[in-house]
Design a protein around this ligand. Sequence first.
Ligand SMILES: Nc1ncnc2c1ncn2[C@@H]1O[C@H](COP(=O)(O)OP(=O)(O)OP(=O)(O)O)[C@@H](O)[C@H]1O
Length: 487
Amino acid sequence: MSNDEIRNLQNRRRNILFLVQRYLQDNGLFNTATALATEAARQLSEDFELCDNVDLDGIYLEYASYYQLKFGKYPRIVKRARPGVKLEVTQKLRKKNGKCNQAPDNNGAGQQQLQLATGENDTRNPANGFDVNDLQVVVKKMETSRMKMDVGAGNQAEIDTMEGNRGSGHSALTRLQEIQHGSPNPGGDLLLSCQEWQNLAELVKSTILKEQPKLKWSDVCGNSQAIEIIKEAVLTPLKYPQLFNQGLKPWRSVLLHGPPGSGKTLLAKVLYSETRDQVTFFNITSSVVISKWRGESEKLLKILFYMAQRHVPSIIFFDEIEGLTSKRDRSTDHESSKRFKNELLQLMDGMEHTPQTASVFILASTNLPWEIDEAFLRRFEKKLLVQLPNPTERGKLIEKLIPPNVRVAPAQMETLVKLSHNFTGDEIRLACKEIAMQTVRRLTKAQLKGAEPLLEDVPLENAFRQIKPLSLLLMDKHGKWQKEHGS
Ligand SMILES: Nc1ncnc2c1ncn2[C@@H]1O[C@H](COP(=O)(O)OP(=O)(O)OP(=O)(O)O)[C@@H](O)[C@H]1O
């Protein structure tokens, strides 16, 4: 072995020990962590500490998702011990400690129970300050988790027995399967086998839209290009999967940009409404994924992408994505923000490996595309400017939004269309709402007086004149950005 190889090996050992020590601490196995620190004092030197952005759970999850992507199944990490192996391990441990005695266990399973004794009731080994009760706890925990992982092979009954759940039919794992699928999952799921991940999975699950809006593509005024691309990404693969059988992949990710109120969220809502029977829709805002807890935001992201893959075909909608993907700055970016962004980049890259037809589609919206880091921009296959409505589209929207009992003469409509030049869809909605409110006021007044309401002279034009379109300057900026970066 060369010196370099020896150094690499030593580094690897040291790193693994640090990871294990942190894992033990994070899981409340403090005595065992201390014992490890004592026993491996040379490797776990106090001059070093584990970096913030890494932990055993994360590594495990990453390995499992990599394996799943590569081989289409999760890795098998532990297997049922062969008869006698457990005894062998016990004897080795006993030999090493030199102070063990053996007693048959009393649970009727006929297995050897590890029992170390340094005195009548004293289980502490004075040689290394190691509380053997901890070891027993660890062994028991390992047994439980081994059996949990084997559940895919049909060992649910055994787990129920171990957890004292027989008859309840509701183990932690079953619960998790329900979280993910709404019904038991015969494949089991070892990735989410600890409570922490389950809690995060619950949070991610709460972002799945369940409402039943009745929006249609025709409710979106204009923006036919954006609609076409979104349909191509989500609906075409569902309708014509054969088109994507020979290596052609549908659009994976689209970024919508435009001034506030131009209809970006509306497009996402319509997409949800038009596909909700076939597709799972994760509605993500920064407040959901940004967590003040160390490392939790990245874990949430992992779970989000993981669950999106489990629910394919699925859509992840990132509203106001600039809040999550702002330009990276080595000097000012907080460590956790760097980690978060790197994680998101990696997860977006990982989507490339999913199968062609049943895939995860990412839709994102932003008012401030120029604030998004280039690395993220590159990962969006399509960057589309959500346009302001043209005169014909404005006319249609006004007609749709003005209360039906208000009559608008053709000449008046022409004036309203002119007045709404440079309005966003939302500004047109606001002007029409003003008209609707005035109508309501007149109707209630007339009712109080017992007179006929006078709706002919509702000041339609005033309602439009009151609105000062905010998008004028912004639209210019978006237009320029689209020319430089759009696709
Ligand atoms: N193109 C449009 N067609 C029909 N209605 C529209 C359109 N654009 C906007 N609206 C109306 O304006 C409302 C607000 O629009 P929406 O929330 O989609 O804008 P946005 O671009 O997502 O804004 P923000 O960036 O501030 O979130 C919509 O619910 C809809 O009533």
